[in-house]
Design a protein around this ligand. Structure first.
Ligand code: G6P
Length: 468
């Protein structure tokens, strides 16, 4: 059981609440993305408050409870959404922190909105946090919150965790506000990153931008010490395993396979529709295999789930056009009536349907150009209780550190990717099962509860504060 240091309620601060709705008349549904799917199980096990945005513009909501979670909404205006969320967070920081796999746009007005909205989140967190409690801030949207919160509430323990990569200094240095962001983060007691490399990149940025001294993984900052470390996030393995063993899920997986025409092999890709995910590279490799006759319906089918994401940001609109043109071309060339080469689903699915899809997939393709962790890879492994199935995994994901027995690819290497898919389709023997077993053992030990306990445990060791 994860306990906040001191045993009091934990305050989570993240851009999104774990639930959203299309409009006030619609029911609440789970918010998209890895951050939310990882944190829900953590807060279900311990008392806590979640401060975040409910996903719509100009909605002033009172605090409310949802399935045992206590939620404190922060209001964003239409302008805040355009400049802080779509602009600075997702058109400046997101591409920059993912090694500029998409173009990073720098707009001065967006920075002003980012600062203003971070201030609002810090005030909401300050109101929600009991004296001497622990506040855990999440992700790139809220990098100024730690310092703002410390100024207002020096009694709090403050942790921050980055769910996405932190770039090398050559890339980070392009950010006109690089000093302010580093100073914002140094308000925390503990800064957590997915991989060791991300932590090292941050330490270098801190030395260059804040002129601090670092000793190993500690930043000396005035009279304070800030710890910096790697805490690879994971999934609720036991819960996913149970869901995948459920007879209803298994029956649904058989039904999906039947609906696909009972092919010999099903390949699956599951991503938010994002340029960092390498969907185009993956489909180009698959299209060459179709051309060569190595794969194709009715024997082999590919399902590509691309869940809608950030669809008002230009790079995402361009990607959607490119992807849908490519899928259309591939299906035009290689499908037959009632048997498409690619089943393309621009939709989001609930957890149980995702588990059924993972069960259906003989081969899982996770091929990002850059990804902080990638929880889809871990979810797939968690669902393969019979130890069958092959994971093809990009070397540019954090997940590769934990899932070394996957078939590891460089998504920029077309021939290597094709060869990996061929190899995956020929898998299935004892060696394949051994690999899956080893990966499952790893994520059963290092699950999301282990991650949260490791981070909060390290945060507890950072300081001894006297409650006010
Ligand atoms: C990633 C980020 C999260 C974000 C999620 C969905 O997982 O790390 O912070 O919430 O993507 O993106 P969105 O922009 O819809 O919140």
């Amino acid at each position: 059981m994860v306990v906040a240091p001191g045993g009091e309620a934990l305050v989570i601060v993240a851009n999104r609440l774990p639930v959203e709705r299309a409009d006030p008349a619609s029911p609440w549904r789970t918010s998209p993305g890895g951050l939310v799917s990882a944190l829900i199980p953590v807060l279900q096990r311990q008392p806590g408050v979640w401060v975040g945005w409910a996903g719509a513009a100009d909605e002033d909501l009172d605090p409310f409870d949802f399935e045992g979670l206590s939620l404190q909404p922060v209001t964003l205006s239409a302008t805040d959404i355009e400049r802080y969320y779509e602009g600075f967070s997702n058109a400046t920081l997101w591409p920059l922190y993912h090694d500029v796999t998409g173009e990073a746009v720098f707009e001065r007005g967006w920075w002003e909105a980012y600062s203003r909205v971070n201030q609002r989140f810090a005030e909401a967190a300050s109101r929600s946090a009991p004296p001497g409690s622990t506040v855990w801030v999440h992700d790139y949207q809220l990098q100024l919150v730690p310092a703002l919160l410390r100024r207002a509430r020096p009694d709090l323990r403050i942790g921050w965790f980055n769910h996405i990569p932190f770039p090398g200094y050559e890339i980070y240095a392009r950010l006109p506000w690089r000093h302010q962001i580093v100073e914002g983060l140094l308000g925390a007691d503990l800064l957590g990153f997915q991989r060791r490399d991300d932590a090292v990149n941050f330490l270098r940025a801190a030395r260059r931008c804040a002129e601090v001294v670092t000793r190993g993984s500690v930043v000396e900052y005035g009279d304070r010490q800030i710890r910096v470390g790697a805490f690879p996030i994971s999934v609720d393995t036991a819960a996913l395993d149970a869901l995948a063993r459920d007879p209803t899920t298994r029956a649904r997986a058989r039904q999906i396979r039947h609906d696909l025409g009972d092919p010999e092999a099903v390949l699956l890709g599951v991503d938010r529709l994002d340029y960092t995910k390498g969907i185009i590279n993956r489909l180009r490799a698959y299209s060459e295999l179709l051309e060569e006759g190595a794969v194709g319906p009715p024997r082999t089918v590919l399902i590509q789930v691309a869940s809608p994401s950030r669809d008002r940001v230009r790079e995402y609109q361009l990607l959607r056009e490119e992807l849908e043109t490519l899928v259309g071309r591939i299906n035009g060339d290689y499908s037959s009536v009632g048997r498409p080469a690619i089943h393309y689903l621009h939709q989001s699915f609930p957890r149980d349907e995702m588990a059924a899809l993972y069960l259906t997939a003989d081969v899982m393709l996770v091929t990002p150009l850059k990804d902080g962790m990638n929880l889809v890879a871990k979810e797939y492994v968690a669902c393969r209780s019979d130890e069958s199935g092959v994971l093809v995994l990009s070397e540019f994901t954090g997940a590769v550190d934990d899932l070394r027995q996957a078939i590891v690819i460089n998504p920029w290497d077309m021939d290597g990717t094709k060869e990996a898919i061929r190899q995956a389709l020929n898998g299935g023997g004892a060696a394949t099962r051994r690999r899956m077993r080893t990966m499952r053992n790893h994520i059963f030990t290092e699950d999301v509860h282990h991650w949260a306990a490791a981070f909060l445990g390290a945060l507890e060791l950072t300081v001894d504060r006297d409650p006010r």
